[in-house]
Design a protein around this ligand. Sequence first.
Ligand SMILES: Cc1cc2nc3c(=O)[nH]c(=O)nc-3n(C[C@H](O)[C@H](O)[C@H](O)COP(=O)(O)OP(=O)(O)OC[C@H]3O[C@@H](n4cnc5c(N)ncnc54)[C@H](O)[C@@H]3O)c2cc1C
Length: 535
Amino acid sequence: MTYDVLVVGGGAAGLTAAAYAARAGRSVALFEQQERLGGLVQSVEREGFVFDMGLRAIENAGIVLPMLDELGLQLDFVRSPVSIGIEDQVIRVDSEASLEDYRDLLVRFYPDSATDVDRIMALITRIMRDMDVLYGIDNPLFKDVLRDRAYLFGTLLPWLFRFVATIGRINRMAGPVEALLDDLTDDGGLKSIIGQHFFKGTPAFFAMSYFSVYLDYRYPRGGTAALMQLLEGFVRERGVDVRVERPIVALDPEARTVTDRNGEVWRYRQLIWCADLKTLYRAIDAAAIADPGLVRAVTARRDELEGCSGSDSVLSLFLSVDEAPEVFRAVSEGHLFYSPDARGLGDLHTSGLASLLERHVDGALPVEPVKAFLDVFFARTTYEVSIPVLKDPALAPAGKTGLIVSCLFDYGLTRRVREAGWYAEFTAHCADAMTAALAGRLYPGLSGKVVARFMTTPVTLEARTGNSDGAIVGWAFDGAHMPAVRQMQRVARSVLTPIPAVLQAGQWAYSPAGVPMAFLTGKLAADRALKGLGR
Ligand SMILES: Cc1cc2nc3c(=O)[nH]c(=O)nc-3n(C[C@H](O)[C@H](O)[C@H](O)COP(=O)(O)OP(=O)(O)OC[C@H]3O[C@@H](n4cnc5c(N)ncnc54)[C@H](O)[C@@H]3O)c2cc1C
């Protein structure tokens, strides 16, 4: 059978691409290597506790709601308010006015740097205005611009002028957040507390726009995976041939076929690759290609990508706690960014970690120095804490609370520990240290009330998704080279590959990535594929 559109990877991007291709009446197949669709966006149920394994809430970004609307889908969202905490102090972020509370919080911890704090707040305020423009309207990609005259003349055209003025400012802030903070303050603690929550080398605009993102978060009732299940229902209803547990292992770009792990060969007219891009180029046997131009193009792109790394990964601890939700509600909202120590990490997670790994480069990574590193790291890093039951009361057994505690974490360290043979001991140590960091000043007595726990690490994320280095937002920001489009005005080009009839979408196609950009690129790739098919 030949499919008009064959999609590889059933995450946010793949589901979107399949949905739009099927909506256009084309024959579509969706291949996913795992037994479940959703990719990184999963929610699991354990003894009545629902845990989100991927993102903890969803930002609309002018994309998610218009897309659902265009597809005729409805999802029951609840608000997902955010709190920010340092040591024993927590503020709630419920409006732009909360920026003043954030300022006061920082000044309490860094009184000698009050002027720097004000400078940083002024920058965040300006960026919030730019974000109002960037995400201020429903993205035109999800609107019928020619038919919807009110949108075209009343919204889009006036917005375009503001967008052109704004995008230049955004592009000028594409440098790393660390350099921006170096310009704004010499206070090491302040720099750490603001910057350590972001991926290394995060573009400054993207990082400093987070206060706006906090105000944009919403949570699907039932868990974040409800969004993926809605899309899955759509593609199944529209007749998409969904094949789970079928990793694609080979691609013949001239015959326009893919081969799955079972050795079955599938023909396509247009292919949309929504998984790790290194896997795409590894799946192609360049020696078997007849066209020398295509061999050159495929080999060059493969070599380029092999030299790049995935973004920082994440370590997540899932705790079932025998404690009432009210106890946690008294401390914070259900989505908390918490730093247990105002001194922050400094350079522990950058040069400190690099020198630890280098010292033991020839041989198994020993237990004690790594544990010493982990103890300081977990006492000083910034955590994202999500408490699903505070957003939707159905997500934990009565009188109990599930906590999801995560922080950015190094893939290389985790892999080396596993190679050294003490991975189970490592995860237990991490879980104890993370729990202790929260129990210290935030939730006294937490450790004694945990009834069950489990963990995901960069290596488990890698194994589950096939994402290089356990990455969660595509390519590393701090690599020598960024092999993806990174400017919004060029986003349409992000889905192109050098291979005829093969498109790409998702976190590896555009940077900075995330679920909204996975949706956007999924739709763009579907549009291109449909164009490629002709009428
Ligand atoms: C803890 C955590 C927190 C996050 N927080 C946020 C947030 O706050 N905001 C935000 O926007 N984003 C967040 N993200 C990131 C976001 O979830 C991802 O960027 C997004 O889901 C990527 O979607 P994707 O479809 O591009 O890729 P993925 O979700 O990785 O999907 C790729 C799919 O392809 C499949 N696959 C791989 N290889 C093959 C193959 N050979 N054949 C068939 N199938 C294959 C994989 O199994 C997977 O299902 C977070 C992620 C995590 C893990």
